[in-house]
Design a protein around this ligand. Structure first.
Ligand code: ADP
Length: 454
């Protein structure tokens, strides 16, 4: 609903003498209260009004004051408008309030041209929650304001005093609140700072810990490396030193048993035989230790070449036949496809496969031990499978540890060094050695080698 423009004024009065300033102020406040401005805003508007009234009285000897409610304002909310039409033209057609703060007390304070006349206009929006102002209500207000008698200047002074005291109280309580807030803020600030300091300290502490930990780790791994190197060196030295005397013992035993030497009694012959076989065992242990130490210290340099798997398999078939002595166990070395080649070291590869086949034959009582080659993408899978005792899953990694032998398994000789050595060699050749096995079902050791070598 839009009110026709210009709307009827709510109240009109004239400002001509000093006393009128009080009246204008008082009535301004009344009108503000009547249209629903809040207490603070009533005081603001009244204050602005009395300031402007004082200015105009001094500058142009007074003005005609009109209060209007503009309900069709563009903001959509009613606006209380106060027009002060000067008695004489404003000097230069302009007006500036004496106090700059006055303009801030209302929404708008400006000099406007109203139907050819220049008026000083101030306006203030009526808050949204104020009661509605339909034309009937405005008419009512108009009547009320017309009938209420304006008080005296003294009344207004008393009212003004009251307002001042209330304003001061408010300021004081604001200040108290501010002080409380301030001290709370300082308290919080101190808390935050303390927390920050504590966190920084903890962070530094943790940092120092981590740094120390790393240093320790570095040191430990250096120690481990050194320990492992000295172990390999020790093994290599000891086995090297042992080889000569053990070989000498074997030679002497062979001499003693030789038919060209003095004949031995049956008992002596048996004892010499024992010495000989023990020395043989010792020599193979020493040799294996030496091999392992060499592989670990990285002193084995593979002799890289294009290796024909058929040739390697054929050679193994020939040499291992002698070992496959049990009639219940068949040794099957499958024939690899023609042109099955891998870039590798033929001697080392044959050594690994021989070792695995030998193990298969040792730990299989019946069935078969089989070697076959399968090409999968860029690798060769060379699998040695048997139908022997098998290895429990929890020991699948342990059998690759030095000297480890599955407990309770049939003792068939050996040192527990074959598998760790085989794994070392396969690694040197750029591949991996995997095991899958189930107790009672047999085992499969698979050498996986990249076709193109390491
Ligand atoms: P060795 O054969 O000299 O004892 P290895 O390192 O070659 O040493 O093997 C370690 C252990 O792993 C063997 O003692 C045996 O208990 C187990 N093992 C190896 N190969 C097989 C296999 N094919 N079947 C069952 N057990 C095996």
């Amino acid at each position: 609903m839009t009110e026709s423009y210009p709307p009827d004024p709510l109240l009109q009065m004239s400002l001509r003498v000093e006393q009128d300033i009080f009246l204008v102020r008082q009535r301004g406040r009344e009108v503000a209260a009547a249209v629903g401005l809040e207490n603070q805003d009533q005081v603001r508007l009244a204050t602005a009004l009395s300031e402007v009234a004082r200015d105009l009285l001094q500058a142009v000897d007074g003005a005609d004051v009109t209060f209007t409610v503009d309900v069709g304002a563009p903001t959509g909310r009613p606006v209380l408008r106060v027009d002060l039409a000067p008695v004489r033209p404003l000097p230069g057609g302009r007006y500036e309030p004496q106090s700059g703060a006055v303009a801030r007390l209302v929404d708008r304070l400006a000099v406007v041209a109203d139907e050819g006349d220049t008026v000083v206009r101030m306006s203030r929006r009526v808050p949204a929650h104020a009661p509605a102002l339909p034309p009937e209500r405005l008419a009512e207000l108009r009547a009320e304001l017309a009938s209420s008698a304006p008080g005296t200047a003294l009344d207004e002074l008393a009212a003004q005093n009251g307002q001042l005291i209330a304003a001061l109280d408010e300021v004081r309580s604001h200040r108290d609140e501010l002080e409380v807030l301030n001290s709370e803020l300082q308290e919080t600030n101190r808390g935050v700072m303390a927390l920050y300091n504590q966190l920084t300290e903890e962070l530094e502490e943790t940092n120092r810990g981590v740094v120390a930990l790393y240093a320790e780790l570095d040191e430990k791994s250096a120690q481990l490396r050194a320990a492992s190197e000295s172990k390999s060196r020790f093994l290599a030295n000891v086995s090297h030193e042992l080889r000569a005397p053990v070989t000498a013992i074997i030679g002497l035993a062979r001499l003693l048993a030789d038919s060209a030497s003095d004949p031995l009694t049956a008992e002596q012959a048996q004892q010499v035989g024992l010495i000989r076989s023990s020395a043989d065992d010792l020599l193979s242990l020493v040799n294996e230790l030496l091999d392992l130490a060499k592989a670990e210290s990285g002193r084995i340099e593979p002799n890289w070449a294009e290796v024909d798997l058929r040739a390697v398999f054929g050679q193994l078939r020939g040499t291992l036949r002698a070992l496959a002595t049990r009639p219940e166990v068949e040794l099957v070395v499958e024939e690899p496809a023609a042109h099955a080649t891998v870039r590798s070291d033929e001697v080392l590869l044959a050594q690994v496969l021989r070792n695995l086949l030998h193990n298969g034959l040792k730990f299989t009582e019946r069935g078969e031990v089989r070697l076959r080659a399968e090409r999968r993408n860029d690798s060769w899978w060379l699998a040695v499978s048997d139908t022997g005792v098998g290895i429990p899953p929890e020991l699948h990694e342990r059998v690759f540890e030095e000297f480890y032998q599955v407990p309770g398994a049939v003792r068939v000789g050996g040192t527990g060094l074959g598998l760790p050595y085989a794994r070392r060699l396969v690694k040197l050749l750029g591949g991996t050695l995997e095991l899958s096995s189930e107790p009672g079902r047999g085992s499969t050791f698979t050498v996986i080698l990249p076709v193109g070598g390491a």
